[in-house]
Design a binder for this molecule. Structure first.
Ligand code: NI
Ligand code: MN
Length: 235
C-alpha cells in the first residue's frame, strides 16, 4: 500500500502536511485565530515552517517547537528569535537555498511583504515562501505576498503540484493578483488561504476558483478550516 500525504487547513495561512510519522506545520497561528475552532493538540510536528514573524504567522510556533522538539525552519532573523525564546532545534536558510530532510527538502523563495515582531513591529529580516518536496509531491506555500513575475522561475525550477495562495487582499494578493499567480506558477492544484479571518480580508473563494478554472488548467480546491485533503498518489 502506498502511503498517502494528507494536507489539513487550520485557517488563515496554517496548514499541516502529514505522511506516516512525518508532519510539517506551516505558520501555526492557532491561539487567537478566529477560524480555528479546536486547537489541534494531537499535532506532533517534526518540522515547523515560519514564513515571517508577523503574529498571524509565527503564532504558536515557538511554543509548539519547544513542546515537541520539532525543527523550526525560517529565515535567520526569525530563527534566531525562536532560538532566543528557547527553541533548541532551528534551521535557518535563505533565498534560493534548500535544507534537506528525510522527506525531501525545504527551499526558501522570496515573498514581497514585510516581517516584524511584537507590539513595536520591529523589522526582523525578510519574509519568505517555501517550496517543499514532501515525499512524492511538491507544495509551494507562498507566504504573504503580492504576485511577482519570478513565481514563474520558481515553478520552472521545481514544478509545483499544490500551491497555497493568499486571496484576502489588503495585506497580500487579492483575487485578480492570485489568479495571475496561478497563471505563472501553473500548479496542478491551487488552494486559497489568508482570507475570511477578519472582515478586512473577507473574500469569496468561489470567485477565485471560478476564475482559476476558467483561465488556467489548474484545479482549485477550497478547504474550510479544519478540513483535510488526501493528496492523490497519482497527482
Ligand atoms: Ni504578514
Ligand atoms: Mn499575514
Amino acid at each position: 500500500m502506498t502511503a498517502m500525504a494528507k494536507l489539513t487547513f487550520y485557517g488563515h495561512a496554517c496548514f499541516s502536511l502529514e505522511q506516516g510519522d512525518t508532519t510539517l506545520l506551516f505558520d501555526p497561528f492557532l491561539t487567537g485565530n478566529p477560524a480555528v475552532e479546536r486547537y489541534p493538540a494531537e499535532l506532533k510536528p517534526t518540522v515547523v515552517l515560519v514564513t515571517h514573524a508577523h503574529g498571524d504567522h509565527i503564532g504558536d510556533a515557538v511554543r509548539i517547537a519547544k513542546d515537541t522538539g520539532a525543527c523550526l525552519v525560517s529565515i535567520p532573523e526569525t530563527a534566531r528569535y525562536a532560538a532566543s525564546q528557547g527553541v533548541a532545534n532551528v534551521a535557518a536558510g535563505n533565498m534560493g537555498g534548500s535544507i534537506s530532510f528525510d522527506f525531501g527538502f525545504v527551499k526558501f523563495v522570496p515573498a514581497w511583504h514585510s516581517s516584524s515582531l511584537g507590539e513595536e513591529h520591529l523589522s526582523v529580516g525578510n519574509p519568505c515562501g517555501f517550496v517543499v518536496k514532501f515525499f512524492n509531491h511538491v507544495v509551494y506555500h507562498t507566504g504573504d505576498t503580492c504576485v511577482f513575475g519570478d513565481m514563474k522561475i520558481i515553478a520552472e525550477l521545481t514544478p509545483i503540484d499544490v500551491a497555497l495562495i493568499p486571496i484576502g487582499g489588503y495585506y497580500t494578493m487579492d483575487i485578480p493578483e492570485a489568479v495571475k499567480a496561478v497563471e505563472l506558477i501553473q500548479p496542478k492544484i491551487a488552494i486559497p488561504m489568508h482570507y475570511g479571518t477578519w472582515p478586512v480580508i473577507e473574500q469569496d473563494p468561489e470567485k477565485f476558483k471560478a476564475e482559476v478554472e476558467k483561465r488556467t488548467k489548474t484545479r482549485c480546491i477550497i478547504l474550510r478550516p479544519g478540513a483535510s485533503w488526501d493528496i492523490p498518489s497519482s497527482l
